[in-house]
Design a protein around this ligand. Structure first.
Ligand code: ZN
Length: 140
């Protein structure tokens, strides 16, 4: 992984083979003291653990995908929960047969690379558990 902050505050990130997406973004947010941001990315991966939320059961159904996959679209945000940055990301993955799968990102193992642009945003957005949805909802 390597990254660089541009003069406008944007952070250009290159993830390499074996880098885990969420852990890498948390590491950068910790080092750069970023607690509120949006990000986008494209690239490829070998393994992804994705989820689909069931609002009635208030739980995620998870699925692990393995094999060469294109990261067609990665999008997400950084907010604060329990005094630590929290990454919320969704992904669309292109499989070798050109079909697509996607969902909420639990884990993505990059291979060979993923390019992410992270835009810090001024201000603070906190997340707290919302009993109604069972999710950590944004509080302003
Ligand atoms: Zn989600």
């Amino acid at each position: 992984m390597d990254y660089r902050k541009a003069p406008d505050g944007r952070v250009n990130i290159r993830l390499d083979a074996g880098d885990e997406l969420i852990a890498s973004l948390l590491e950068i947010c910790g080092k750069e003291r970023i607690g509120n941001a949006m990000f986008w990315g494209i690239g490829a991966c070998m393994k992804a653990d994705i989820g689909h939320y069931d609002p009635e059961k208030k739980e995620y159904h998870n699925k692990v995908l393995e094999g060469k996959m294109e990261i067609i679209s990665l999008t997400g945000n950084v907010t604060m929960a329990d005094d630590a940055p929290l990454i919320h990301a969704h992904i669309a993955l292109g499989l070798q047969d050109f079909s697509m799968q996607g969902g909420h990102v639990n884990m993505v193992e990059v291979d060979p690379t993923c390019e992410v642009v992270l835009m810090p945003i001024e201000g603070k957005v906190q997340r707290e558990l919302d009993e109604k949805t069972g999710l950590k909802a944004q509080r302003f």
